[in-house]
Design a protein around this ligand. Sequence first.
Ligand code: SAM
Length: 248
Amino acid sequence: MTATDPLPGRLRDAVYALRTARLGLERRRLDYGRETEERAERLAGVLPASVAELREYEREYEALEWFHETYADRVAEIHDAGVATNTTHWRDGVTLYVVCRALEVETAVETGVLFGSFDAHVLAAMEANGGGTLHSVDLPGGPPGPFEYGHLIPDRCRERWELHRGDARAVLPDLLESVGPVDLFLHDSDHRLPHMRFEYETALSHLEPGGVLASHDVRLSRLFDRFTEENGLQSCVVCDTGIGRQSR
Ligand SMILES: C[S@@+](CC[C@H](N)C(=O)[O-])C[C@H]1O[C@@H](n2cnc3c(N)ncnc32)[C@H](O)[C@@H]1O
């Protein structure tokens, strides 16, 4: 054990397994209909946009036929291949779509691609914004089955997407240094607390003033709430995604 690593590996894995099991129970109790209905109100407390404007972005998303057709086809391909999708639910993708539209996000960095549900939503918003680049980090290798990382990303968005292969611990510091400051950082890789904290801390110093630190699976622990509070970010949680915004 060291000062920066207070729990030995096996114990940390056991704690993570417990948290994941608890999260599974909490998700069953969570009223996702209500979470979704309140998305615009909650985001309006964090973003420089009114509830009406944010609802308009939600409607715009609903009407993106080119996006939904490709997305549904590719989800079906993954299901047909019989591999576990374990990909982020589209209701969290919508939250990121709305954030990227409201802030006109130009430069975004994300960790944890897998089939690319979040990536697809961020890139669709960039398409609507008329510009932007998403840099995504995932481990060497790829998702299960005969697929590449980011299978859900529609072809027309792909030129805005750059995939960086490697452990986020190794890749993130230099990547953020070279492409930052960023309008959006999104964590969805390794959800063990030391790793989440590392990503949040690394990203925070590379955020544009007014930029967003977003994270999936924030209900696993109090880390996101504590981190945003300690660092003076306004924040909210919608479904399973936390959105924290640095003041300007
Ligand atoms: C829950 S999935 C991501 C889901 C994805 N964001 C989506 O929208 O569908 C987690 C991903 O994080 C990746 N991952 C895990 N640990 C990582 C690390 N240390 N660095 C980079 N990626 C990592 C895994 O390979 C996996 O693809």
